[in-house]
Write a protein that binds this ligand. Structure first.
Ligand SMILES: N[C@@H](CCC(=O)N[C@@H](CS)C(=O)NCC(=O)O)C(=O)O
Length: 212
């Protein structure tokens, strides 16, 4: 492989990949974007990271970073022009809570048929506890990271987007004005539009680097 840019294996609608793309964007790191389908993972992606989750960042020296929060930290430690890391420990703790406490309920609410016996309404209610915690925080300050958006905001809003879009009317009817405004602000941002650009699917045949 002879690219001098990091390679990002990505899937457009994956919230973990969104948070990685947001941090690479703010850090102004040029990447080679490789769009995939989760149901048809390329062998080259699985070679890079056999656990087969998205996102994966492969550095020019072949170092592989295959956890989304690690990709965020790697990007922001290189360049953090908006100080997303200013409350790093607290932001990471909240992002971990999103991944471990909220996301399992989100999956069982959104994709209930994939989980034996999962009751989507019960999981929506359980997930709502995390959203209510965000609501309390966002009533105290404009962003989860304080007065300005940072790591926590960008690590978490893609997951709240998924939750909100599972049943938009239900979400709009909840008493979460601060979360609703915060989510709308992020979804309407130029940065979000940029990281949601559509890419053609990567195929080994379309690769200009490995094609020798
Ligand atoms: N802990 C991982 C989780 C990533 C993850 O689970 N991504 C999903 C897509 S949104 C995935 O790749 N799932 C594997 C699959 O569906 O086969 C991270 O933070 O990067």
């Amino acid at each position: 492989m002879s690219t001098d840019r990091p390679i990002l294996w990505s899937f457009r609608r994956c919230p973990y990949a969104m948070r990685a793309r947001l941090s690479l964007h703010v850090a102004e790191i040029e990447i080679e974007h490789r769009e995939i389908l989760l149901r048809d993972k390329p062998a080259a992606m699985l070679d890079a990271s056999p656990k087969g989750t998205i996102p994966i960042l492969v550095l020019p020296d072949r170092t592989v970073i295959d956890e989304s929060l690690d990709i965020m930290l790697w990007a922001l430690r290189r360049h953090d022009p908006e100080a997303w890391l200013r409350n790093e420990a607290a932001a990471l703790a909240l992002a971990h809570a999103c991944d471990t406490e909220f996301k399992p309920h989100l999956d069982r609410y959104k994709y209930a048929t994939r989980y034996d016996g999962a009751d989507p309404d019960a999981h929506r209610t359980a997930a709502a506890e995390f959203v209510s915690e965000l609501e309390a925080r966002l009533k105290r300050s404009a962003s989860l990271d304080g007065e300005h958006d940072g790591l926590a905001d960008h690590a978490i809003f893609p997951f709240i987007r998924q939750y909100a879009h599972t049943d938009r009317d239900w979400f709009a009817g909840q008493d979460w004005p601060a979360v609703q405004a915060w989510l709308t602000r992020h979804l309407n941002s130029g940065r979000f539009a940029e990281i949601m650009r559509k890419y053609p699917l990567w195929t080994a045949a379309s690769d200009t680097h490995d094609a020798t």
